[in-house]
Write a new protein. Sequence first.
Length: 578
Amino acid sequence: MSTIYIDQASGIDAPGNGSSDQPYQSLAYAFFSTPSTEVEKTQYQIRKDATAEYGEPTQSATKKAKKDAQGLDKKRQKAEEKESKERDIKEKAERRLQESKKIVLTEDPSLPQPVKAKIVKLESLRGQRVRVSGWVHRRRDQQEIMFIVLRDGTGYLQAVLTGNTTKTYDAVTLQLEASVELTGTLKAVPEGQRAPGGHELVVDYWRVLGSAPGAEEAFTNRLNEQSDPSILADLRHLVLRGEMASSVLRLRAALLSAFRASYAEHDLLEVTTPCLVQTQVEGGATLFKLDYYGQPAFLTQSSQLYLETCLPSLGDVFCVQESFRAENSHTRRHLSEYTHLEAELAFITFDDLMSHIEAIICETVDKLLANPVTAALIKTLNPNFTPPSRPFMRMSYASAIAWLNEHKIQRPAEDADGNVITKKDEATGKDEPVMVDHEVGDDIAEAAERQMTDIIGTPIFLYGFPAELKAFYMQKMPRKEGEQGPVCTESCDLLMPGVGEIVGGSMRIADMEELLAAYKREGIDSAPYYWFTDQRKYGTCQHGGYGLGVERFLAWLANRYTVRECSLYPRWPGRATP
């Protein structure tokens, strides 16, 4: 009679062997490991730990262990069945793979010559033989039929492969994101069925143009909805292939076209301004500095100063240009590089400026909604979108301060150096900012501004900011006799629910002496700005302009959580790849 040992403390079920040197840990595993014909001929010795003596298990322990052993045996049988099925599937796949190498697909010369076309142009070719190239967006196998959704950048096409077209080596090994050329007859889908464009391609010949990897390198293994944001940023070039990301960029392109159309209707001319500059616009702390042939230069923060110089020769102008801000800001609405849509208009008043901004935005949105393609994009990305109603609310800076205090929306307290004052929270033990009411003269923080906008729920022109909070070139508001409080500027921010500020604009100082005084007050050397100052010397006029952040506008329109989703390759502090 053989003996099997069980040590419940230091034994190992696997790879133990039941000897006194390598005892099992559980009595159930000991029974499970013993052939059924040998159980009655085997003696089982069990102990709790190495300090105890081995002894025979109790009757109740033996009964329970035998029952548990049956459970282990069932698991073993299931595992063996699963392994057998997987082996059969693998062998079948291997046979299919080997057989597929014998099948060579050739194009039937007796069939009509195909018309090469992009997916977006296919509707008029129904009933004809066509040839389309693109990337495999989706693949589904159903018995002897293979369905492919093809993507070529202009749209999506469902293709149906049957017979030998599904049995070639290329078909058996086809992976998502491979580029292929499909040839076949384009047919309208039967009534009651759905497919992109309302038709599908019945393929009679196809070939792979560029394969894609499987296994660990497969597209869906490198990228999925649960991927970490840093991975999504690193693989932005692959993220762009997704339906949502590409839809956002497609809407962005349509948005810029619609803006250009609106500007044309308002007689604004598009100009192209330089990105390399030697003068600042919004403050030196946010400039990216570089060496330009031995001279200091910067990446532009704004094209405004150059646009102003165009007014006397070209009339009202606008540009779509990249701007760069070296702010170490990681909020969901900040980028280090963003697309700046800026405009300058001559012979206007401050009211004219705000009315113009309102008109351009509303007319541009109307154009997008009037176009069935872009309207469908907006509906997909932002199902609850409703165009803003006019007129937009206009709220003075002073009224905003009063509103915030009335609604108990506070700001972090700061010391004389601008550092946030904190105190220890007794409940959490963490340092928390001390919150205080807003006062006239405060720069309204982004969080408070956005909270106010979301509560009100409509676009708001916030206007009349104190001169100390704004750039040197902004025109001051006329003061009434005896008026108290800070000197305010004819400046405005347009705030949108869910995003906050999307436009910043102002009237510009028109008087040369006033501009020279502004340079001096800000400690700016006026010499490098001679060309800007000359605008006031040679026929000055009342003029104003604004800058709109395209990514912020798109985030509002498409209901994106962050502006990083609204740029092709977003740049923020620490991120300049890919």
